[in-house]
Unconditional design. Structure first.
Length: 95
């Protein structure tokens, strides 16, 4: 899961990433994949719902804190309530 979250580019702050997953309702992914340091035995796109995939992408964004982020249809599979929560989290991170 670690490499999926980072695309191999930087060191993962495990505690911070766990908090981000929790805030996005994705804490179950750590157990599903066998832990942050384990390679999952499944394909993410075949196992996760479109909404979970979008929230995992947002988790990467929140962890990496890029100088700029262009979000195009980033929340199209999320409910309005979850979409508002996601955008609130993005605002809190203070890129």
């Amino acid at each position: 899961m670690r490499m999926n979250a980072l695309n191999g580019r930087e060191r993962l702050d495990s505690l911070r990433f766990e908090k981000i997953l929790f805030s996005l309702g994705l804490q179950h992914l750590t157990a599903l994949s066998g832990g942050l340091d384990e390679q999952p035995s499944f394909e993410w796109q075949d196992t996760l719902s479109p909404g979970e995939q979008q929230r995992l992408s947002i988790a990467r964004l929140l962890h990496r804190r890029p100088a700029i982020a262009i979000l195009d249809e980033a929340t199209s599979s999320l409910s309005e309530e979850v979409e508002l929560q996601v955008y609130g989290l993005i605002k809190e991170v203070r890129f």
